[in-house]
Ligand binder design. Structure first.
Ligand code: SAH
Length: 465
């Protein structure tokens, strides 16, 4: 099985730096199921192609899959695994290009952070649901998709199409995003995933899906297929993805009959409940200006701009990519002066004092503090409560106790969280901060309440004076 990756970025041979594989060399990597080879059929200034070839050892594969499950059929040895780009290719790709997948590149970091022209070719790909599914999955990610069915046998027209397609993707993307997408989506398209699904599969999915899966209109289908038939893991993953982005209606996949059934009643996603709760808390306070600190892609800002009483609304984040997404979401038009006077976005950090944070009647920190190293929290306290000093500060953060209700969740809810607090932890922090800076504080919960573990999200509302 075979995958090629081409760029026309100049100089194209920089692809070698991004992939951490030298264009002049042929390199082999032993895999549990066979051997992966990386080589460059073409490497010039204008155009550079890296190829990943995975040769499957059918005997080793049968042995690695057979643990405890005797299978005496010939199909263990005679199957498509050696020829079709399946989940096994995804696993090999993750192993061979692990540094590239993390987005790190010591010698070309700026390039690793940039979208570059890319073309991916997969000559034979099992595609559950046919070419239409490949379009639905890859197009929303910015790829131009060409998916052609492969006939079962060229000599016998009447036999019709096989279940394989030739897939060609072109687009301008970050290489790390492209590799992570393939890693997740190859098994999603494949008929069969060959390894056992442990709870850490959810972590892997969320980590590899960072930045593209939560906002994908087909995230429900992708998640269900990626996690196989494991209902409980699928529910955990979907609720965590909904926390990251509740904007998109989840689609029901009409293709696979074996998809996991949806829970009977569809609950309101937690992040919508959070937006409602913070908006209600703000309305009770009645500020005329609000700054959303760590605004992310601007989902809450989109709610705030509909509040007629607000004359100034600002979003701040440390991430330029998030701010760009926010500007798109809010359809900010630099030529619209009235809009520009009311809405503002800027890049900054919560851990450095900044005059631009002053002058607001309320500040929102929604699901932000847990993204900071605990050692930087003192800096945030000084920046927000000592320097900026808005009349009200709203802080929401996960309630770690509630994690017990997410079956299959072993660590924290999101790979980027540095800590998650119990209700007592937040109360202790909030009371100390309020006391030190002349605020009072009220603590409440957001989301469905569990009698023992409380609500999934907790909220602290600080009032000055
Ligand atoms: N408030 C948004 C996003 C939460 S994710 C929401 O509820 O949907 C956390 C956000 O905090 C990310 O967008 C991240 O870029 C931002 N962030 C993390 N550290 C930060 C810092 N030091 N200064 C400002 N923003 C930060």
């Amino acid at each position: 099985m075979f995958l090629t990756l081409t760029t026309t970025h100049r100089p194209a041979t920089d692809l070698g730096f991004l992939l951490h594989k030298h264009p002049d060399r042929v390199q082999q990597f032993a895999q549990s199921t066979g051997t992966a080879t990386v080589f460059y059929p073409e490497a010039s200034e204008e155009r550079c192609t890296a190829a990943l070839l995975l040769e499957i050892d059918a005997v080793r594969l049968a042995r690695s899959a057979g643990r405890g499950v005797p299978d005496f059929s010939l199909a263990q040895y005679v199957n498509d695994r050696s020829y079709a780009a399946s989940s096994l290719l995804g696993v090999a790709l993750a192993d061979v290009f692990s540094t590239a997948r993390s987005g790190r590149c010591r010698s070309r970091q700026e390039l690793a952070d940039s979208a570059i022209p890319l073309q991916l070719e997969l000559p034979v790909l099992p595609c559950r649901g046919g070419p239409g599914v490949a379009h639905r999955i890859f197009e929303p990610l910015g790829w131009q998709v060409e998916a052609t069915s492969i006939p079962l046998d060229r000599r016998f027209d009447g036999w019709g199409e096989s279940r394989y397609v030739r897939l060609s993707l072109s687009g301008t993307l970050r290489l790390a995003d492209a590799l992570n997408q393939l890693y997740v989506l190859l098994p999603v398209l494949d008929e069969a995933k060959h390894y056992w699904q442990g709870p850490d599969e959810v972590e892997k999915l969320l980590r590899s899906g960072a930045g593209w899966l939560a906002g994908h209109p087909e995230r429900a289908m992708i998640t269900r297929r990626y996690l196989g038939r494991h209902d409980a893991l699928t529910r955990v993953a979907l609720s965590r993805l909904a926390e990251l982005d509740g904007d998109h209606e989840e689609s029901v996949d009409p293709v696979g009959e074996e998809e996991v059934a949806q829970p009977a009643e569809r609950r309101q996603p937690l992040n919508e409940q959070r937006h409602d709760a913070l908006l209600a808390a703000l309305r009770r306070i009645g500020p005329d200006s609000v700054i959303d600190l760590g605004c992310g892609s601007g989902q809450f800002l989109a709610r705030l701009i509909k509040e007629p009483g607000l004359t100034k609304i600002t979003g701040m984040d440390v991430s330029i990519r998030s701010l760009q997404a926010a500007a798109r979401r809010l359809r900010l038009d630099p030529l619209n002066e009235r809009q520009a006077a009311r809405i503002d976005l800027f890049q900054g950090s919560l851990t450095y004092e900044d005059a631009r944070l002053s002058g607001y009647s309320a500040a929102v920190l929604m699901e932000v503090i847990e993204h900071l190293d605990p050692s930087r929290l003192g800096a945030l306290e000084r920046v927000v409560f000592a320097a900026a000093r808005p009349a009200a500060v709203l802080v929401s953060t996960p309630n770690a106790e509630y994690n017990a209700n997410y079956e299959g969740l072993s660590g924290m809810r999101h790979p980027d969280h540095r800590f998650e607090w119990s209700r007592a932890d937040l109360a202790a922090w909030a009371q100390r901060v309020a006391g030190e800076h002349g605020y009072s504080v009220e603590l409440t919960g957001i989301g469905e309440e569990d009698p023992e573990h409380g609500t999934p999200t907790q909220l602290a509302v600080f009032h000055r004076g």
